[in-house]
Design a protein around this ligand. Structure first.
Ligand code: KG4
Ligand code: ZN
Length: 352
């Protein structure tokens, strides 16, 4: 089964072709491309939705053609199109979804609407080992989301914990901005932190000692604002800047790692997945690696390139939806907001 995946929910245009085995649900990516719009948005200091939509529109059709060519395939061989239908920027989503629906109609191919966060959550399944056994807990950490999700089956998710305010990615990005670092801030903070002393500045780890699996990053964010203001020499003193970055990265990853373990213990689940852009963070991966071993939990990590936004995870998610024999809805539209817990009921019908 060949699945074309399309992702345009934010500032990355991505296309991939996944070949799924009908037999065991495993498969391989035949070709994939990602074009980041970061260079376009950087001068505005953030993603401009209208600019993002136009950039997707310019690049997507040519990208599909080149991915098809690279996979040496053609529309007649594609069995399904999986496209991100939400959540995300409405205009950006509309580009991918309109393209997918039109291509589906012309070529008589079913179109599977994919939830972007479900795509992230299932991304470890792209590895040779396939999906972890259900149930598993996923730490879902992207630019806009920080949550602990219990997955009981494809499409069947419940929230075990979530942030009460900012997302972890947002905390990285906002802290980076205070230090004059470009977007996305997570990789920038991580790059500086490599040379820093994480113990020089002790930042708060909100809610860490409480017996709950929710997160709060606003107190940490405020502490970073004060720290940067109280140490204005960071602009000239490189070591000071490295130490501040190390303090920030260590605080955020401590919180994420420990809460993930707490969630597994609370739910009595022994498989843990981390997914979303922040899951690319090496310190978080290493910290979790150590902690899971102490608690007899198995940690499943997506490849780094499948942590941040990509179309391979969307194609894979579509293949799993098809494999789970979820009815393919035909009359749907994209949604800027779409709770992960509402997947069982599918996308609401578009009024005729
Ligand atoms: O999942 P993603 O690519 O896009 C969304 O769907 O939001 O996540 C983007 C977030 C940004 O906040 C970015 O700073 C963060 O992921 N990020 C990282 C790293 N790579 C990306 N945070 C920490 N360390 C990284 N290596
Ligand atoms: Zn994402």
């Amino acid at each position: 089964m060949l699945i074309l995946g399309i992702e345009t929910s934010c500032d990355e245009t991505a296309v991939a072709i996944y070949e799924a085995s009908q037999h065991n649900g495993k498969g391989a990516i035949l070709a994939e491309r990602i074009a980041s719009q970061i260079d376009i948005h950087v001068k505005f200091g953030g993603v401009v939705p209208e600019v993002a939509s136009r950039a997707h529109l310019e690049i997507l059709p040519g990208m599909v053609d080149s991915v098809m060519a690279e996979a040496t395939t053609a529309w007649k061989n594609i069995d399904a199109i999986a496209v991100t239908a939400g959540p995300g920027l409405m205009g950006a989503l509309l580009v991918g979804v309109s393209y997918a629906k039109a291509a589906g109609m012309i070529n008589d191919i079913p179109v599977i609407p994919v939830h972007h966060m479900e795509g992230h959550l299932l991304a470890p399944g792209l590895s040779g080992a396939g999906l972890p056994p259900f149930p598993f807990i996923t730490l879902l950490v992207s630019g806009g989301h920080t949550m602990l999700v219990r997955a009981d089956a494809i499409g069947q998710y419940s929230i075990v914990g979530q942030t009460l305010d900012d997302a972890a990615g947002e905390c990285f990005d906002k802290s980076a901005r205070l230090l004059n670092l470009p977007y996305p801030g997570g990789p920038e903070i991580a790059r500086l932190a490599q040379h820093g002393n994480p113990n020089r500045f002790k930042l708060p780890r909100p809610l860490l000692r409480r017996d709950n699996t929710n997160f709060s990053f606003s107190g940490l964010k405020t502490a970073v604002v004060h720290l940067v203001r109280q140490n204005p020499d960071w602009e000239t003193d490189a070591q000071l800047k490295y130490d501040i970055a190390a303090g920030i990265e260590t605080a955020i990853t401590d919180i994420l790692a420990q809460k993930s373990i707490q969630a597994c213990l609370k739910e009595k689940v022994s498989n843990l997945v981390i997914a979303g852009g922040v899951a690319a963070n090496q310190q978080l991966r290493a910290k979790l690696g150590k902690l899971v071993a102490q608690h007899h939990i198995t940690c499943h990590l997506p490849e780094i390139k499948y942590c941040t936004d990509n179309a391979a995870m969307i194609a894979f998610c579509g293949s799993q939806t098809a494999r789970a024999k979820k009815p393919i809805v035909t009359n749907w539209d994209c949604r800027a907001r779409w709770p992960l817990t509402q997947l069982e009921s599918g996308l609401p019908d578009v009024p005729a």
